[in-house]
Write a protein that binds this ligand. Structure first.
Ligand SMILES: Nc1ncnc2c1ncn2[C@@H]1O[C@H](COP(=O)(O)OP(=O)(O)OP(=O)(O)O)[C@@H](O)[C@H]1O
Length: 376
């Protein structure tokens, strides 16, 4: 539904040039919710605003619903833009207009008749759960209600694509959940394709089918959540399923295994114990009901060094369970077997590389992420 190819954008001014987009490519399938995650300054807003060409990229192409927007004259572009809704962090409502007046605004601009407008506004307010608030002014609404107005307004022209610019960043956690639930519901009921930018991993966990991490104008990793979880060394997977820093346990091997999809119901620990006659301990774990799938990450301790456990590690790898040595009790450099080594040898080298695979500090990258919810 949205296809972006090699987008570049450099802001120039006062002898200074900032590369906001450094060759970004992205595909969002029809009916998908796609989250772009990144810290402030990563280029997320520039990317999102490039999708409807509110921001003109220096080069690259943007295609939405089969129409290449970057090739259109301004008048045609204005028409195509009406098929793309957008919601904003601070709602961007007109304070002098009522809820109904705000939602009706885009319909007025496109010349929809008064009667049709009134019927459509009533329908939209019901869709976002704001029946009965048509006559209220923005100042009389809570943040969550304001965002509902923003969503109703964005959907007025019956778009197939919704762009969400940090739509929940100004809201408290409970309201955030209700707005995310609404977006998810609209995605299902209307088949709405949603591209959102956020700095909150929780948003990705709750509603996204696919995600990307953006840093310095580039995607360092991207993909469908189910694929990402199966990708050894994945930074996104580590952020989705967080474990604390790994301890050093001399003479033991600490491994982090990710179980999702077909593996979620597998009696993995019993199998390991049986096949390799080893006493597997669980050191920690996290299980998440992600929008895309149920998934978990377990931190296991196997007696003996990584070398002693070679066969068990190989079996995990062959079984297709992403496995990383979190801390072998021996310096990674001494054996050459570190998380990156496992990642590379599990057949995920390409994916790990595209993820900006962590090097010698891999275990810290996986397990030692900060507590802010921001990607590293
Ligand atoms: N109009 C502009 N003129 C000059 N530089 C800009 C402009 N807009 C953005 N930038 C710069 O481009 C880079 C990317 O900005 P962008 O707003 O896209 O990032 P972001 O990830 O959305 O961050 P934030 O969440 O803080 O908005 C930043 O370094 C920013 O300072």
């Amino acid at each position: 539904m949205i296809s972006i190819r090699d987008l570049r954008k450099v802001y120039r001014g006062r002898g200074r040039a900032v590369t906001a987009l450094d060759g970004v490519s992205l595909d969002v399938a029809e009916g998908e919710i796609y989250g772009v995650l990144g810290r402030s300054g990563a280029g997320k807003s520039t990317l999102l605003r490039s999708v409807n060409l509110l921001e003109r990229p220096d080069s690259g192409t943007v295609t939405v619903g089969g129409v290449e927007l970057t090739g259109l004259p301004e008048r045609r572009l204005r028409r195509e833009r009406q098929r793309i809704g957008m919601i904003h962090q601070h709602f961007a409502l007109l304070s002098s207009r009522t809820v109904a007046g705000n939602v009706a605004f885009p319909l007025e601009v496109t010349g929809v008749s008064r009667a049709t407008r009134a019927a459509r506004v009533a329908e939209l307010l019901e869709l976002v759960g704001l029946e009965g608030r048509a006559g209220a002014y923005p100042a009389q609404l809570s943040g969550g209600q304001k965002q509902r107005v923003g969503i109703a307004r964005a959907l007025a022209g019956d778009p197939k694509v919704l762009l969400s610019d940090e739509a929940t960043s100004a809201l408290d956690p409970e309201t955030t959940h209700s707005i995310l639930a609404l977006l998810s519901d609209l995605n299902k009921r209307l088949g709405l394709t949603i591209l959102l930018i956020t700095h909150e991993m929780d948003v990705v966990k709750r509603i996204c089918h696919s995600a990307a991490i953006m840093r310095d104008g580039r995607f360092t990793e991207s993909g469908r959540i189910a694929e990402v979880l199966a990708r050894p060394g994945s930074e996104l997977a580590a952020e989705l399923l967080r474990l604390g820093p790994a301890p050093e346990l001399p003479g033991q091997t600490v491994v982090d295994v990710t179980v999702s999809g077909d593996h979620a119901d597998r009696p993995l620990i019993a199998e390991l114990a049986r096949r390799f006659e080893t006493d597997v301990r669980i050191l920690g774990g996290t299980v998440e009901e992600l929008a895309a799938t149920r998934a978990g990450r377990l931190r296991l301790v196997l007696p003996g060094s990584a070398d002693d456990n070679r066969a068990a590690l190989a079996w995990l790898r062959e079984t297709g369970i992403p496995t990383e040595i979190a801390g072998s009790g021996v310096p990674a450099g001494a054996t050459g077997v570190g998380a990156a080594g496992v990642a590379a040898s599990t057949g995920g080298a390409g994916a790990a590389a595209s993820a900006g695979a962590p090097d010698a500090g891999a275990s810290a990258g996986v397990a030692g992420a900060d507590e802010t919810g921001d990607p590293a």
